[in-house]
Ligand binder design. Structure first.
Ligand code: FAD
Length: 294
């Protein structure tokens, strides 16, 4: 199919973006890597009059490390994350997750910011940002706001971004000694959007686990954490028995308070079951890693 006609403006500065958003309101749409937006336009899912291409704005590019925080610019591509030494060392969860995103050609153009702003509940970056305790830096004409990832994803494709704001960057704490991560995903074929995925981050000291983050993609309207299951591990020895118990309780937490949703081919019951399978795999992997180190 063919996209509707639109005006394309290539912005060079953030001020220009904010002016255009103010001038055109709902009629304008931000264009980053275009890997989601252009497909949607071709399918006539939306018909914006103006596309504001932010691809030339230098302030939105690049990865940087400052004290104990890693900053990912909104325009950093999935491939840049895949190849970054900074990411491999300081945010290894993203390195584990990135190759699950689509295929190389899409990863070369698609951006971190596009994925976060689009907020597809089956996408990898929103769930990873929850597991990483990330903070979204958003900006509009009147200034910047910082929003914790936990408060950023509000509903299906819905975020805390206001119409006059864009995502500038995401900040996340760097890995500390004793911190371990795992990423598991089930998809129909490699590169497809996930049926269910799980991003895990935890500290382990003398085999005891603390500050566990379990962030699921593909089970709800947003990426979701499972706080009761996380809490069940706090301060405990990482053992097979503990993992068995947590897997048994997880389905109750998911169906009780988090309202998992079905997709075209997988029922709620199937998604809940797969969430348990991934929890078992991820925690087993974490136990293996920790065992090797001790
Ligand atoms: C075949 C295919 C398979 C895919 N598989 C996966 C997958 O498995 N996992 C996955 O996560 N993704 C997948 N994607 C999506 C891909 O990762 C996209 O790159 C990403 O979702 C959007 O990034 P983008 O830079 O292309 O954004 P765009 O398409 O340019 O924009 C997407 C949306 O975000 C808005 N936007 C973009 N940047 C900003 C910003 N800085 N501030 C505010 N709003 C902004 C746009 O207005 C638009 O609404 C797939 C895409 C395709 C075509």
């Amino acid at each position: 199919m063919k996209a509707p006609s639109f005006e394309l403006v290539c912005a060079r500065h953030l001020d220009e973006v904010f002016e255009l958003l103010e001038e055109f309101g709902d009629e304008a749409c931000i264009l980053a890597g275009g890997q989601t937006l252009l497909a949607g336009l071709n399918m006539r899912l939306s018909e914006p009059a103006v596309l504001i291409d932010i691809g030339g704005i230098a302030e939105l590019k690049g990865l940087s490390l400052h004290e104990n925080a890693l900053t990912i610019g909104a325009l950093v591509t999935h491939s840049e994350i895949e190849e970054s030494v900074l990411i491999a060392e300081h945010a290894p969860l993203l390195r584990l997750a990135v190759t699950h995103i689509a295929h190389r050609a899409i990863r070369n153009r698609g951006t971190w910011g596009g994925s976060i702003a689009y907020a597809d509940p089956a996408a990898e970056w929103p769930a990873c940002s929850l597991a990483q305790d990330a903070v979204m830096v958003v900006q509009g004409r009147t200034g910047q706001r910082r929003i914790a990832a936990d408060e950023f994803f509000l509903g299906l494709y819905r975020t805390a971004l206001r119409p006059e704001e864009i995502l500038i960057a995401t900040e996340m704490p760097v890995r500390v000694p004793g911190e371990w991560v795992a990423f598991e995903e089930l998809a129909r074929r490699h590169g497809d959007y996930a049926i269910v995925g799980l991003a895990v981050r935890a500290r382990v000291h003398e085999r005891r686990i603390s500050r566990l983050r379990l962030a699921y993609l593909g089970v709800g309207m947003t990426p979701v954490r499972v706080p009761l299951t996380e809490a069940a591990f706090e301060g405990r020895l990482l053992s097979g028995e503990l993992i068995d118990r947590a897997c048994a309780d997880l389905s109750q937490e998911l169906t009780g308070s988090l309202e998992p949703i079905a997709d075209l081919t997988n029922s709620v019951a199937m998604k809940t079951r797969l969430a348990g399978v991934l929890l078992r795999r991820a925690m087993g992997r974490l136990a293996d890693q920790v065992g090797e180190i001790l």
